[in-house]
Design a protein. Structure first.
Ligand SMILES: *[C@@H]1O[C@H](CO)[C@@H](O)[C@H](O)[C@H]1NC(C)=O
Ligand SMILES: *[C@@H]1O[C@H](CO)[C@@H](O)[C@H](O)[C@H]1NC(C)=O
Ligand SMILES: *[C@@H]1O[C@H](CO)[C@@H](O)[C@H](O)[C@H]1NC(C)=O
Ligand SMILES: *[C@@H]1O[C@H](CO)[C@@H](O)[C@H](O)[C@H]1NC(C)=O
Length: 331
């Protein structure tokens, strides 16, 4: 872990991103910190989602863009595309290590920089490198995901944010350019069992170490492939980042099989504060942007939702893991 600290990446206008290495999250006094999921924080006006595109010209896509995210996925409108490849995950080793952070807006896991984790396949024409695993969640179990399925929200959503490393040098350059980002999204229900990756990420000991904005803790040896269900289909569409500047550079891949976490894990997430320890407590929960209009965009899937009873069986409905030491390696 030498030289690795928990750093926050901000999608900035002008294609530049700031990484605050020494003092994580001590953000520049600029527009970049002037947005929130709820309008008012401690009595001060901070622009919420409805205002993001109005307060800063560089963010106007948030207001006028026609390819915005998240969206409601109406599965009756999804077009079956039999030529979509399975999703392919390349791990530099069996497991991933990094930092888990409370950014004040999200719970974010940032993988170590020296070992790349790559995502390809599916609708992706390029190999994309994992930059961040970001969690959105609600204050009640019936809300908390950014994407909806057939008008239904889930309790939480985990987003694997990748950038196109074949075309671009880094996340900030990719975020503002064509085919820049690929975000794989997994929806989460509250149940009496838990996904094993999320259990590692969200156990009580870990979450208490990131109670306040700016807190971080190191997480070692997570098996990223265990985040995925054994079999699944995905829906893909062209959209945007779900936070300012709302760049329309994202290929979204929504996994259609939800994961579970326990109500205990959900409860400990709701105890995370949006603010540093010295400020009053306000729960980070409901850190979601509302669904945006689909307009003329197409939704594609490797599953034919119009054929009832069709099941996801066979290798194209499994995550292909490229790592000789992994038990999940395709073959
Ligand atoms: C990820 O992709 C980069 C660039 O194509 C490559 O150098 C690296 O070896 C890949 N890593 C893995 C784990 O496949
Ligand atoms: C990202 O790459 C661009 C273009 O090469 C460069 O100007 C910028 O400084 C880089 N940003 C970071 C945070 O490394
Ligand atoms: C878990 O939930 C399922 C369905 O909600 C229920 O049938 C089952 O009995 C529960 N198991 C335990 C151990 O509580
Ligand atoms: C989630 O929990 C439900 C109810 O307990 C169960 O039926 C389902 O199989 C679980 N899903 C996964 C992915 O484990």
């Amino acid at each position: 872990m030498a030289g690795f600290t928990c750093t926050l990446l901000v999608f900035l206008h002008a294609g530049a991103a700031v990484r605050h290495a020494a003092a994580p999250f001590s953000m520049a006094k600029s527009y970049d910190d002037w947005w929130a999921y709820k309008e008012s924080i401690q009595g001060t006006f901070v622009p919420g989602p409805a205002f993001w595109g109005l307060v800063n010209a560089a963010w106007n896509l948030c207001a006028i863009g026609k390819r915005q995210s998240p969206v409601d996925i109406d599965t009756s409108q999804v077009v079956f595309d039999p030529f979509l490849h399975p999703l392919r995950l390349s791990l530099g080793g069996k497991t991933v290590s990094g930092m888990l952070c409370n950014t004040g807006r999200h719970v974010s896991f940032l993988p170590e920089r020296h070992r790349a984790v790559n995502m390809s396949g599916g609708p992706l024409l390029y190999t994309h490198r994992l930059e961040e695993v970001r969690l959105h969640f609600g204050s009640e179990d019936d809300a908390g995901s950014e994407h909806f399925m057939n008008k239904r929200a889930f309790s939480a959503e985990v987003q694997l944010i990748h950038y196109n490393q074949e075309l671009y040098k880094n996340m900030s350059e990719a975020a503002s350019n064509p085919n820049g980002l690929a975000i794989v999204s997994l929806l989460i229900n509250v149940a009496n069992n838990s996904n094993s990756f999320l259990s590692r990420m969200l156990n009580r000991e870990t979450t208490t170490r990131i109670s306040f904005k700016g807190d971080s803790t190191s997480l070692q040896d997570l098996a990223l492939d265990q985040l995925f269900p054994d079999t699944f289909a995905f829906v893909t569409y062209q959209g945007s980042t779900t936070s300012p500047p709302c760049y329309e550079t994202v290929t979204w891949i929504i996994i259609d099989q939800p994961l579970n976490i326990t109500s205990m894990q959900m409860h400990s997430l709701r105890l995370l504060s949006r603010h540093p320890a010295r400020n009053i407590f306000q729960s980070m929960s409901d850190n979601v942007r509302p669904a945006q209009p689909l307009y003329q965009r197409g939704l594609r899937s490797n599953l034919d939702y119009r054929r009832p009873g069709r099941r996801c069986t066979g290798p194209s409905y499994r995550l292909q893991v490229e790592d000789p030491t992994s038990p999940r390696t395709a073959g």
